[in-house]
Design a protein around this ligand. Sequence first.
Ligand code: MF3
Ligand code: CO
Ligand code: CO
Length: 296
Amino acid sequence: MEVSDFVKWLVPFHLVQFTWVGSPLIRRRSRYLLTETQREKMRVACRFNADVMDFIRPHVQPGVTTGKLDELIHDYTLDHGHTPACLGYPGDKFPFPNSCCISVNDIICHGIPGDYELRPGDIANVDLTSIVDGWHGDQSETFLIGMVDAHVRDVTQCAFDSLYLAIEAIHPDCPISNIGEAIVEHVAQHYPGFGVVDKYIGHGIGQRFHQPPNIPHVPNRQSRQERLAPGMCFTIEPMINGGTSDTKCDRSDGWTVRTTDGAVSAQFEHTLLMTETGVEIMTRTQTGPQAGHTFQ
Ligand code: MF3
Ligand code: CO
Ligand code: CO
């Protein structure tokens, strides 16, 4: 018997829960802190996911259907021996029917690919998640289709800058709320009238698609209390609406989330690792927009 087992019998149970280092509470938290071997697994999964984004980017053009893009993503992923995490992912009502989410114009997130043909003036968010050797990489980009209105461009730029300002705002052991603070401040200052969606949030990620911690893009009580410890893997994925931040989920398919005022919505997402020295962007692409990018 180890000393710790002995201590367990001497300390009253209610104290053990909160004070003893080996308590279930603390062990549960450390499940989400990755070892170097596990971090390497995530790097491989995220690099593949970024490759899928680089593969699909030239296909996102006027005239292509969202269903065709989904099919290309599905086949590319399977051809490389990996699995699209979205396909069959359980929801409140129905499992997700496709291999990625494509959210056009007033669709905020979880758009279902289908017959819709992209046309000039649209924006389309492609959200990809791959499972590689049991580990998940998750990222999204919003694409401008041909020439778009200045307002539509602004919403897209705002979402892109929100992601990178949030990444710049975090460091080892900082409160999770640094993310929401950076985003809300930027939007209030430079884009008054735009809405930061708070109903849908970023998330911890690893051997599961969605796991603790919650990563809200608007600060709340929980995010002010929780910290980004070295070893945590998580997403930041701000959704910015060109009007109200309100959302409504389509009851007929159980997935499609739209703005309530019909305004457009844009989103960018990366999977990140907090290390002992700073944050690592794990889903960085070769040919996608890099930090500081300006949309024209
Ligand atoms: N990729 C989304 C995210 O960033 C989740 C999509 S769930 C799905 O968390 F089932 F719709 F694919
Ligand atoms: Co995500
Ligand atoms: Co995603």
